[in-house]
Design a protein around this ligand. Structure first.
Ligand code: CO8
Length: 258
């Protein structure tokens, strides 16, 4: 696929945004290719997805400023919706998605990383929402997801000042889970992804859904969401296998996604 590569490594899929000449900036063609690749992921075979950017300098340096510069109001709104739709598809994909942030994650780049389940970054990563310096607001979910992830005060400061932050600060405020040397980024993220892939896939999916759906609900409703997804694991092959392995003191488990 032109601007987005997809590689399957066992039960882990690696999606790479590949437009290094523009620091992997998201134009319409990149977003179209990303949508095609995400919709093509076989979520019955793949148990964890990794999203990264090509090259060693940038994850995604934002939405394409050249393309946006001449948009009308209606086109601007449509472009925002195009990004939002695909980012929401990533966020609600049944399997976990890890952002391996290998450099600049600015504007739409920070926003796409935040639509993933969690973020691991290299030590050269830079995060920020520079939009107000360009005369626009974040438009691919940044005002919403950043506030939910790091709290409204920190999100407002980052967005109003348009100040970029380095990897260590992103870690300190909880925007990323771990910072690793650049050369270790993909091995570390693949190890995490493989670890997730070894766990019971239905249970992992149900955890993702319980956390995501529960965060959008009040606590009374949220615990019922969890109860249903917890109950939904019983009588699956994987629940019986997981518990039998424990009771029989077996280390090896044969989880089958059924
Ligand atoms: N859009 C288009 N092209 C870009 C972008 C971008 N966001 N970022 C970098 N590029 C291009 C540069 O134009 C340059 O191309 P060329 O070689 O043809 O001149 C190439 O990538 C390399 O970039 P630089 O030479 O600038 O590299 P530097 O190392 O000097 O600087 C930076 C790297 C600091 C990342 C710098 O490129 C930069 O500031 N980029 C813009 C970052 C930014 O502001 N991003 C936010 C964009 S706005 C956004 O994402 C809004 C999302 C919501 C949209 C909703 C729509 C309604």
């Amino acid at each position: 696929m032109g601007f987005v590569n997809y590689e399957v490594k066992g039960a882990v899929g690696v999606v790479t945004i590949n437009r290094p000449e523009a620091l992997n900036a998201l134009n319409s063609a990149v977003l179209d290719d990303l949508k095609t690749v995400i919709e093509g992921v076989d979520v019955n075979e793949i148990r964890c997805l990794i999203l990264t950017g090509a090259g060693e300098k940038s994850f995604v340096a934002g939405a394409d400023i050249g393309e946006m510069s001449s948009l009308t109001k209606a086109e601007g709104e449509a472009f925002g919706k195009k990004g939002n739709d695909i980012f929401r598809q990533i966020e609600t994909l049944p399997i976990p998605v890890i952002a391996a942030v290998n450099g600049f994650a600015l504007g739409g780049g920070c926003e796409i990383a935040m639509s993933c389940d969690f973020r691991i970054c290299s030590d050269n990563a830079v995060f920020g929402q520079p939009e107000v310096g360009l005369g626009i607001t974040p438009g691919f979910g940044g005002t919403q997801r950043l506030a939910r992830l790091v709290g409204p005060g920190m999100a407002k400061q980052m967005i109003y000042t348009a100040r970029n932050i380095k990897a260590d600060e992103a870690f300190r405020i909880g925007l990323v889970n771990q910072v690793v040397p650049q050369e270790e980024l993909m091995p570390v993220v693949e190890k995490i992804a493989n670890g997730i892939a070894m766990n019971a896939p239905i249970a992992v999916r149900n955890c993702k859904k319980a956390i995501n759906d529960g965060l959008e609900a009040g606590m009374e409703e949220a615990i019922v969401i969890e109860e249903k997804l917890f109950g939904g694991c019983f009588e699956t092959h994987d629940q019986m296998e997981g518990m039998s392995a424990f009771l029989e003191k077996r280390k090896e488990k044969n989880f089958t996604n059924s």
